[in-house]
Design a protein around this ligand. Structure first.
Ligand code: FAD
Length: 255
């Protein structure tokens, strides 16, 4: 699939929660190609500082409107630069990069932690009208703005928060064993903190359910040249998260 470098015109860059923004870009070339799981590599400023692009998952693409959407947390210099832009600006984007999720099975279970829910949004849209169940976890109620966003696409939503301010107190892994015992899931998709995904993969193995993970390792070039994002593959090779991922079958890269 061709990768493009385009100047995406900002349609909106809106705060949707504390330190979280939703960026909608008019980038019809990318919107026409993007599939769930892929990401944009965004040049956050029109200068060499910061030098490196920042990877952001595509949360949805609208081929008719020609727009792509990302949802990002402001965590450092790069995302702060992006947050300062407004609808009169453009951002230079490379994309759509990486591979996509396999649209597989009839009873999918999605498990997302924190900003790991961003790529799962695009996926949930593509999985409709299958009955989708999702487990979403975050630190507090304020972080769970995701619930309203997934509402229209998912039949059942389970929320966990570390502090118990929304849903059940704890982490996504706490609710998984009961769900897997009682559900008839034939596919699991997950994105979030590594430790969460490792726990989910272990359970998926136990219940013999195929599982895909989306990795969010640090990366620099985004196109397979610099090797800074490689991770250990179970076949003994190094896997490039930017080009061979970010989506992998669990057995390719997880213990
Ligand atoms: C394929 C991919 C998709 C991503 N999708 C999204 C998304 O949809 N929404 C979103 O909010 N973020 C996403 N990220 C993470 C995002 O790229 C980083 O948060 C961003 O690059 C940070 O840039 P910064 O300059 O603001 O922060 P920096 O100054 O670079 O770092 C600030 C803090 O964030 C931590 N950090 C930076 N990058 C990462 C990372 N990749 N993983 C974990 N911690 C990190 C650093 O350790 C540091 O503590 C994705 C990452 C990848 C690889």
């Amino acid at each position: 699939m061709p990768k493009m470098v385009v100047d995406g015109r900002i349609v909106s860059n809106t705060e949707i929660s504390v330190n979280v923004k939703e960026l909608v870009l008019y980038a019809p070339e990318i919107a026409a190609q993007a599939v769930p799981g892929q990401f944009l590599h965004v040049r956050v400023a029109n200068s060499y500082h910061p030098l490196l692009r920042r990877p952001l998952s595509i949360s949805s693409a609208d081929n008719i409107a020609g727009t792509v959407r990302t949802i990002y947390r402001v965590v450092g210099q790069g995302t702060a630069c992006l947050a300062a832009l407004s609808s009169k600006d453009s951002v230079n984007c490379m994309g759509p990069l990486g591979n996509g999720f396999a649209i597989h099975g009839q009873r999918p279970l999605l498990v997302g932690g924190g900003m790991g829910l961003a790529p799962l949004m695009f996926l949930a849209g593509a999985l409709c009208p299958r009955p989708i169940e999702i487990v979403m976890g975050g630190r507090t109620k304020e972080e769970m703005f995701w619930k309203d966003m997934f509402h229209v696409m998912c039949n059942t939503i389970h929320v966990t928060t570390d502090d118990g301010t929304l849903g059940s107190r704890g982490v996504t892994l706490d609710v998984l064993p009961d769900l897997l015992k009682n559900g008839a899931f034939d596919m699991i998709y997950t994105c979030g903190p590594r430790v969460m995904m490792e726990g989910i993969v272990k359970l998926a193995k136990e219940y013999d359910i195929p599982c895909q993970v989306s990795l969010e390792d640090y990366m620099a070039c985004g196109i397979g040249g610099c090797l800074s994002c490689t991770c250990a593959g179970n076949d003994g090779s190094r896997k490039k998260v930017c080009t061979e991922g970010p989506v992998f079958w669990a057995q390719e890269v997880m213990p």
